[in-house]
Design a protein around this ligand. Sequence first.
Ligand code: ATP
Ligand code: MG
Length: 208
Amino acid sequence: MTPGRLGLLGGTFDPIHCGHLDAAEAARAALALDVVWIMPARTPPHRPGRPTASAYHRFAMVALAVADRPGLLASDFELIEEGPSYTARTLDRLAAAGWRPWQIVFITGADAFADIASWHDYPAVLDRAHFAVVSRPGTPVASLRARLPALAPRMQDVRGRLEPGRSPAIFLIDAPTTAVSATEVRRRLQTGEPLDRLVPPAVAEHAR
Ligand code: ATP
Ligand code: MG
């Protein structure tokens, strides 16, 4: 059996929305990933306070969102681990399970990657996997070379299936994604405004 290529989209998913799904699908297509895990964080390290929805509801909504998408999987990998969900730790656990850095692509939106220098174990975290950064409305990936000049030499536009042993890179993917945030979805849920086309119908039904 040939070794797989695994994408990981981490986040709070409070709740999951169409922008998350667009980003996951864009990275999967660009890098020919076998599967992308949508991986809710247990205790998100980057935000004050607690998510609005419990970890159970956040996972349930992810599972509903990917039910009809064969390339995407709801992952409990960070939920089953005690403590804060640091990406560096998650990647170490995957290494311990036998995954090699060249097989793994950690996917983020451009807004999240712009803060990478504040992540636990930066810059070493960037050596534990490839990273794929997808444009988010308002933050095109092209803006990242100027915002993160120290990382610019590692940023690449190349496409295609990742070759074995390739040293960890940062792939920039300029794909269109739905202009939505979980903050806006939570606001609409509070006011009772419609969620059409911002979240999958089954998620809207669950979140209501
Ligand atoms: P919140 O408003 O609560 O911060 P969010 O919509 O930003 O929620 P997160 O869970 O914070 O969602 O994001 C998880 C990951 O998905 C991050 O890497 C983020 O950049 C990415 N992402 C979220 N929405 C989009 C989008 N519309 N396009 C591209 N990437 C996105
Ligand atoms: Mg966010």
